[in-house]
Write a protein that binds this ligand. Structure first.
Ligand SMILES: [Zn+2]
Length: 448
């Protein structure tokens, strides 16, 4: 089945959707008769985008839809529970003066300020992990199994939790030490310098993640099947993306989710598709997904998201400074917190951050969702696979609500909903764009 390299030899009449006959040949799970007949009809019947979108959505069985809606809507509540748990832990540590006692302990152990922060931060991070463990266990283990999304038994899951905790202890302690060094030197302007540190820290994290973090949880190996690899590399080549290989990641170790990602920064950038995607999807679907990931790369989303993040952190830190000083003025005596450079105030910083993050949920989701939509637009234009894109959108619908209200999508969605993605694909299909070769129809080379 040569699905590769869309068709210099195909006849011009098909150029609006070179993939449709192949889609028809490899239908994967979605068998809505209305749809397939429209998709496989090469006489390019005008597509009604709204009706076609609805037909795709209607092809999902009712019980499956209810299950994935329930899973995703449960996630809305988890945002609230996570916020409340963090807030409760922070208030407990402050009002019980446990935080102040931990600070006193660190000051008894050493006179060196930086080490005092270390002796405060490590027990603090361990305590927070332990106290939030029940919710973590429910959210990331039991709930995932309940919805059939997890593949790990408890022992390997917990082992990965411990690796994650170790990384948090190292990275988190380092960050806190650097931040408190800034708090001591610039008690009034720390929010400006702190922002620079947060951006630098995030950039380093993104840069080293593919090399030092991701291999701790999964194995990445180059994709060797030329039937899949070559069409992907062809899209990369057409867009000046300097990759020589595509990676496959064994995500099935943890989950049944279909996914792909682009990670890293500068020299460590890597495009990877997961083995679930490879097993469950046809080539048009894989091309649609990989073109989307390439969109993140070409549109420079890593640098853009870091910039947006920096602006949001600057605003957040400016607010934090005001709220922190006000809280210390009022309750500092009772909690035993002396000021911004006192590590005993770390739970207060965590409390304020969690409030701001909770309130900013729609803003953060929308910032990410907009870049995802840009990658979708790039992906559909590069892959030219509207049906592949629609089918993948339905597969992602296993863990993301397919047809939310606009307000729901605005608040909770960090990716476009399935409906929005399918509609984009159907609009693209209906526009019936020429691919370029139809005008010259092989008579003469286009020299002018
Ligand atoms: Zn994306």
């Amino acid at each position: 089945m040569s699905l590769t390299r869309a068709s210099p030899e195909e006849k011009p009449a098909q150029t609006a959707s070179p993939a449709t006959p192949q889609n028809g040949a490899r239908t994967g799970g979605i068998n809505d008769p209305r749809y397939i007949s429209a998709a496989t009809d090469e006489n390019v019947k005008p597509v009604n985008p709204a009706a076609a979108t609805q037909a795709w959505l209607d092809s999902v069985p009712q019980d499956q839809r209810e299950k994935s809606d329930a899973y995703f809507e449960g996630g809305y509540w988890l945002i609230l529970w996570n916020f409340l748990v963090t807030a409760a832990i922070s208030i407990l540590l402050l009002s019980s003066r446990l935080s102040a006692r931990l600070r006193d302990f660190s000051e008894r152990v050493t006179k060196i300020k930086n080490f005092q922060i270390v002796f405060y931060a490590i027990p603090y991070l361990l305590l927070v992990y332990a106290l939030s463990f029940p919710l973590n266990l429910y959210e990331n283990f039991f709930r995932e199994h309940q919805y059939g999304l997890a593949t790990q038994s408890f022992a390997p899951w917990f082992r990965e939790q411990l690796i994650g905790l170790a990384l948090t202890l190292v990275g988190g302690t380092l960050l806190v030490v650097v931040l408190y060094a800034v708090f001591r030197r610039a008690p009034r302007t720390w929010w400006i310098w702190g922002t620079i540190i947060m951006i630098t820290f995030s950039a380093i994290l993104v840069l080293i993640a593919p090399v030092y973090v991701e291999p701790l949880f999964n194995t990445y190996k180059p994709l060797t099947d030329p039937k899949i690899r070559d069409p992907i590399l062809a899209m990369a080549q057409a867009n000046e993306i300097p990759v020589k290989q595509v990676f496959e990641v064994d995500a099935s170790r943890q989950t049944t989710r279909v996914s792909a990602n682009v990670s890293g920064l500068l020299g460590t950038t890597r495009v990877a598709l997961n083995d679930n995607l490879l097993k469950q999807c046809s080539l048009p679907e894989i091309r649609a997904v990989m073109a989307h990931e390439m969109g993140h790369y070409v549109l420079n989303h890593g640098a853009k998201l870091l910039t947006y993040l920096g602006i949001l952190i600057l605003i957040g830190f400016a607010l934090t400074r005001i709220l922190f000083d006000a809280a210390v003025k009022r309750w500092g005596g009772r909690w035993g917190v002396r000021g911004i450079s006192d590590p005993a105030g770390l739970p207060l910083l965590a409390l304020i951050s969690s409030i701001l993050l909770f309130v900013a949920t729609p803003v953060l989701n929308t910032v990410v969702r907009i870049t995802e939509r840009e990658a979708d637009a790039f992906g559909i234009n590069t892959s030219r696979e509207p049906d592949g894109m629609a089918k993948v959108a339905l597969k992602l619908g296993v863990y993301r609500k397919l047809n939310p209200t606009p307000l729901e999508e605005f608040i909770f969605f960090d990716h476009p909903s399935g409906r929005a993605r399918i509609r984009m694909a159907m609009d693209w299909k209906a526009a019936n764009l020429p691919a370029g070769e139809w005008q010259s129809s092989g008579n003469e080379p286009a020299t002018h």
